[in-house]
Design a protein around this ligand. Sequence first.
Ligand code: HSE
Length: 324
Amino acid sequence: MTTTLKVALLGAGTVGAEVARILRQDQDVLREKTGASLELTHVVVRNTEADRGPWIDRGIISADASAAIADADVVIELMGGIEPAKSYIVEALSAGKDVVTGNKALIAESGAELNALAREKGAQLFYEAAVAGAIPILRPIYESLAGDNITSVMGIVNGSTNYILDKMDREGASLDAVMEEASALGYLEADPSADVDGHDAAAKAAILATYAFGTPYTIDQVYTEGIRSVTAGDVKAAQENNQVIKLLAIVNKTETGVSMRVHPALISREHPLAAVHGAFNAVFVEAENAGQLMFYGAGAGGAPTASAVMGDVVTAVRQRISGT
Ligand code: HSE
């Protein structure tokens, strides 16, 4: 008989709604891949009255995270922010439940502590979705490149700012004009600071450095400068030198240790990262033996980010069930 595993979803925004859809729509595929039936049994949200779309039955919605965590086998945290997300993840891991999250801010702040707790409790904690949305990057760095010496990771890991800089480059517009338009189109949060001031990219840089170099790093160790000071004149001057301005997260080994930084950078139009347009992300990895590798794709959005979340869920379930 096929084992049924209960899944609790904490947070049902754009990504959560897509995770719910995949759990329902791709039930057979997920069963084939894991050997288990994955059933979405709890969706925890603050506003239990709001309509959560066609894939979330009203009967599984509640505001009681503790009850959901206690009953579930796998917990998916997509609330974002530090609290109460951290407390819920601690609660789940302490009870030996596997946890999948896309919470970059939390992992960049408390990843080491949460990973240690997971190990102590025999639980698994995965967060591929926290860096560059759909792009598989943490597992390739940590597993596929485990036998190599990674020397640097350089990425466009914030889609909103890449969209803004790309539009400035294409249209010669000012930062304010593009931000106004991006905001009207819903591409920017009401408070765009996490994107525009580089904090979102800095969180991702800390996580990338932790995976690339095998030592835990936190967001406050990353030098962070956003794109607010980039002018239309800067963009034009770059064009005249066959360059483009991109907000880069760069982590690399130096003679004295590891350097981690996020800042607008001038790159040659010949560099592969110069060809990353719109809200797309890309991560350029250099390793001693593998040489140069580029990972490219959708860095945000419901279905793309849900793909990364579900990859982690399947991995957690496979390992839990068969140890493979
Ligand atoms: N605000 C982020 C971005 C969302 O624009 O890339 C994905 O982390």
